[in-house]
Design a protein around this ligand. Structure first.
Ligand SMILES: *Cc1c(COP(=O)(O)O)cnc(C)c1O
Length: 494
């Protein structure tokens, strides 16, 4: 399986090299080319999450041995997860909910980020690398903490996280500010997620920065790194096999997934699952009021001329969805075409894809969006009618599915991906249930009282943890900050 840059098909490297690099030097994203290979599903329905992860991840990471993959999985999916199923599937009546937030920071990002340091360490050994790996990460709220938790004090690595000063939830902010580890740095940026992501992408490909550092290799823990993407394919398979095991679907029957989408990483993993053989009918791309992807999938036009809106699903407050570039490359297999589109996006803030590409997108994807009001109604409906408590991101996906079903009358079994614990957004979730509590910790307790759901350990202890990081910078200071941080990492040689 080749990993090629979406902006230059001739750049063709192994998966472990792609993980170390993060982003290609030409700004492209490394993308696996499947060439009609499939994962054989027969006889798998009784296997555990970890065994399944071994199968699926081995399929994609060809230059890792089975033993290496098993060792990474054993270290990642252990008691850090508070459910032995890792990703339990819940029946919500009209659809199923796959809970992806039972990991150490209570968001789905944990499924990939608990693995990434172990995969990277192996990739490093394999490629004879000795330098300190400096991980730059932009976050809309959840990636930051998940990456900080997993890279804390990992040998030969140092991690720096940039988050938008306004927009992340109180709890997300406190999670990041209280991070432990000698090799971590957390910086607020006076801008939004797109500003943070632009900064990190630019710095990791900037010749000045790259030439100016000694003994340090730059990489990223964002979903632009293929190491993030592959572990996310596993739970699509897991949900399918679980439905099969419970007799809710027949072998070979197609199902839908509704995915709360921001940077397009999670849903792209679903696309890789489909292309590697999982019977998926539609991937429903669910957006909040930042509905640029809904418009794109329905019209073929990607248009940045719109306001950035802060919502109660902040991890989806994104206008520049990086991983969409991978989909466009897989569909067109034309690197020149991708270079032109991305250039146009940078200069004009707009592009439109060819009719053929749009048709291909519409055969695999549907797209809907939810207002804050829609999201509120869904949270309140599920809690009051089904006694299921969901967070605002999950509510967007559940609402998108409701709209999809109303419009298409499609009766296909559907799994809604649940990407964060409701406790991460306790105040907003309570507000949707018409209870006013501004203090985030009291809100968590209140939510616990009314739902009977256990507060995850990492969130329960948050209130009393000391704040370590309070630095905030202007967007313009970003480059200089990164330069200085890299010098510090180089001097310290973690
Ligand atoms: C990151 C995140 C998303 C969006 O996922 P993408 O892979 O960026 O599309 C949705 N919900 C939550 C809770 C998240 O943390």
């Amino acid at each position: 399986m080749k990993y090629v840059s979406s902006r230059n098909s001739k750049v063709n490297i192994t998966c472990s090299q792609a993980m170390i690099k993060g982003l290609a030097e030409d700004g492209g994203l490394f993308t696996p080319l499947l060439e009609n290979e499939k994962i054989d599903l027969s006889g798998l329905k009784d296997i555990s999450y970890k065994q399944l992860a071994e199968r699926v991840i081995s399929f994609f990471l060809r230059d890792f041995s089975k033993e290496e993959i098993v060792s990474c999985i054993e270290k990642a999916y252990d008691e850090k997860f508070d459910d032995k199923e890792i990703t339990p599937l819940i029946d919500a009546g009209k659809f199923s909910i796959l809970e992806l937030w039972h990991g150490p920071t209570s968001a789905f990002k944990d499924l990939a980020l608990t693995l990434l340091p172990h995969q990277l360490t192996k990739a490093y050994e394999k490629n004879g690398c000795k330098q300190t790996l400096a991980i730059l990460t932009a976050t809309s709220g959840d990636t930051g903490k998940a990456a900080l938790a997993s890279f804390a004090d990992v040998k030969n690595t140092a991690i720096t996280v940039f988050y938008p000063e306004v927009g992340v939830s109180d709890i997300q902010k406190k999670q990041m500010q209280t991070s432990k580890g000698n090799n971590v740095e957390v910086i607020a940026v006076k801008g939004n997620f797109d500003d943070c992501q632009r900064l990190v992408k630019k710095a990791t490909t900037d010749p000045d920065i790259l030439n100016g550092i000694n003994n340090v290799t730059l990489s990223s823990a964002n979903s632009i790194n293929v190491g993030r993407l592959i572990p996310q394919v596993v739970y699509y398979y897991y949900a399918y096999l679980k439905l099969l095991k419970e007799g809710k679907i027949n072998e070979g029957e197609e199902i839908n997934f509704s995915v709360p989408t921001g940077n397009f990483g999670n849903i792209l993993a679903g696309y890789l699952a489909k292309n590697s053989g999982l019977p998926i009918k539609k991937l429903i791309c669910a957006s909040n009021s930042n509905n640029i992807l809904t418009d794109f999938i329905n019209t073929g036009k990607y248009d940045l001329h719109r306001d950035f809106i802060n919502t109660m699903s902040p991890s989806m407050d994104i206008l520049i969805s990086s991983n969409l570039e991978r989909l466009l490359y897989l569909l067109s297999e034309d690197d020149q075409y991708i270079r032109d589109l991305m250039k146009k996006l940078e200069t004009d803030g707009f592009y439109e894809v060819d009719k053929q590409i749009k048709e291909k997108i519409n055969s695999d994807f549907a797209a809907y969006w939810s207002s804050e009001k829609d999201c509120e109604k869904m949270i309140s409906y599920l809690f009051n009618e089904k006694h299921i408590l969901i967070d605002p991101h999950t509510a967007v996906a559940a609402d998108a599915y409701r709209k999809y079903k109303n419009e298409t009358k499609d009766q296909t079994k559907t799994v809604v991906l649940s990407t964060a614990s409701p406790y991460k957004f306790a105040g907003d979730v309570l507000k949707c249930l018409e209870i006013d509590e501004r203090d985030p910790y009291k809100a968590m307790e209140k939510l616990g009282e009314i739902s009977g759901m256990k507060i995850p350990q990492n969130l329960a202890e948050l209130k009393d943890l000391p704040v370590r990081f309070t630095r905030a910078i202007e967007i313009e200071e970003g480059f200089e900050t990164i330069r200085n941080r890299l010098k510090e990492i180089s001097d310290a040689a973690y």
